[in-house]
Design a protein around this ligand. Structure first.
Ligand SMILES: [Zn+2]
Length: 321
C-alpha cells in the first residue's frame, strides 16, 4: 500500500495532486506548494524555485510544472515549491528576504526561532529536504547578474551522494557543471544534512525571463524525472554530460564605482586578458582586473553600479577548452 505524503498542512493520497500554502511558523509567510503523489511507487523528487525571489525562469517553470504534471502513470512523487521566497518575489528582483535582508542560500539548515529567512530555511530542511530522494533547485541570475547556463552539484557531502548528483547532471541540457563546496545553500545542505543527491540549475538572468528559458527548464526537470524513473519514458542523455569546471574563481569588486566589463558571461578568456575595470564618476580607472587563468566566465555583474566587496566575476578552467 502506497503512503500518503504530508507537507505541513497538505496531504496527498496516492493518485492525488494537492495544491495550497505552507505557513511558516511565527510569521505571515505562506509558501505555495504542490504535492503530486503518483499512483505507483518510486522516488520522491523535490523541485524548488525562487530561493532567490528575482530568478524568474525557474519560478515560472515550476508554476507551470505544478499544473501540468499528473499523478497518473507517475512512479513516486513530485513536491514543488513555487517560489520559496514569496516576499522577495513580490518585492521584485530581490535575492534576499525583504524582512531581514538575508540570502536564503547562506542560512541552511536554518533556525526555528530565528529571523524569517532562518525560519524558512528550517522549514525547508525539516519538512521538504527530509522526505526527498532527489532535489532539483532552479536558479538564474538576479536583476544585476548575467549568467551562462550551468549546473552546480553538491560536493561537501557523502561521496555516494556526490556521485549520484554528478551522474544526474548528464541529463540536463547545460554545458558546464561546478562542484559546490557550500553546505549552507539549499542544495548543498540537503545533500550534507539528509544525504539527498541533487542538482542546482542556473538558466537566465538579469531579472528577466523568456518562454524559451521556461520551456528549457521544464524539459530538464521532466528529463530528470524520467531518469529517476518517476515519469515514464526514456531519459535523454546529453553526451558524456557537462564539462566540469576546475579552479573556480569567485572575484569580488575591490572598489565601489562604475563596472565596465570587456567580456561577457559564457566567453573564454586568456591568462593576462583585461576582463573589466571599475571607474569613478569622472571616468578614472580605480581598478583593472586581468584573468589569472585560461578559463571561461560563467557569472558577471551586469549593473553599471558595483560595490566594493561584492561579487563581480566568477570563472574557472574548463577541460578541453
Ligand atoms: Zn539563485
Amino acid at each position: 500500500m502506497k503512503d500518503k505524503i504530508t507537507v505541513g498542512p497538505l496531504t496527498a493520497s496516492p493518485g492525488e495532486r494537492v495544491q495550497g500554502y505552507y505557513p511558516v511558523p511565527g510569521s505571515d509567510m505562506r509558501i505555495p506548494v504542490t504535492v503530486i503523489n503518483g499512483d505507483g511507487d518510486g522516488k520522491r523528487v523535490l523541485v524548488t524555485s525562487g530561493v532567490h525571489g528575482g530568478e524568474y525562469p525557474g519560478i515560472q517553470a515550476s508554476i507551470e510544472l505544478a499544473g501540468e504534471l499528473t499523478p497518473r502513470g507517475m512512479q513516486g512523487a513530485v513536491i514543488l515549491v513555487h517560489p520559496v521566497n514569496v516576499t522577495g518575489f513580490e518585492a521584485k528582483n530581490s535575492a534576499c528576504f525583504p524582512e531581514d535582508g538575508k540570502n536564503l542560500n547562506r542560512l541552511f539548515p536554518g533556525d526555528p526561532n530565528g529571523t524569517l529567512g532562518e525560519r524558512v530555511a528550517w522549514c525547508m530542511t525539516e519538512d521538504f529536504h527530509s522526505q526527498a530522494d532527489f532535489y532539483i533547485d532552479l536558479h538564474a541570475g538576479n536583476a544585476d547578474e548575467e549568467l551562462t547556463k550551468l549546473a552546480f552539484v553538491p560536493g561537501a557531502c557523502d561521496p555516494e551522494v556526490a556521485r549520484a548528483s554528478l551522474a544526474a547532471a548528464a541529463y540536463v541540457d547545460v554545458p558546464l557543471a561546478i562542484r559546490s563546496g557550500s553546505i549552507n545553500g539549499a542544495c548543498g545542505s540537503a545533500a550534507a544534512v539528509h544525504g539527498v543527491p541533487g542538482i542546482l540549475l542556473e538558466r537566465g538572468g538579469n531579472g528577466i525571463w523568456s518562454r524559451q528559458e521556461v520551456d528549457d527548464n521544464k524539459a530538464d526537470v521532466k528529463n530528470l524525472l524520467r531518469y529517476l524513473g518517476v515519469l515514464p519514458g526514456q531519459a535523454e542523455k546529453y553526451g558524456d554530460g557537462p564539462a566540469y569546471v576546475t579552479n573556480a574563481l569567485y572575484l569580488n569588486a575591490g572598489e565601489t564605482g562604475c563596472f565596465i566589463p570587456f567580456v561577457r558571461a559564457g566567453e573564454d578568456v586568456k591568462k593576462g586578458q583585461l576582463m573589466a575595470e571599475i571607474r569613478d564618476y569622472f571616468g578614472r580607472v580605480l581598478a583593472a582586473y586581468y584573468s589569472e587563468i585560461d578559463g571561461r566566465i560563467f557569472y558577471m555583474k551586469s549593473s553599471l553600479a558595483i560595490q566594493g566587496g561584492h561579487s563581480m566575476i566568477a570563472m574557472g578552467e574548463v577541460p578541453n577548452q
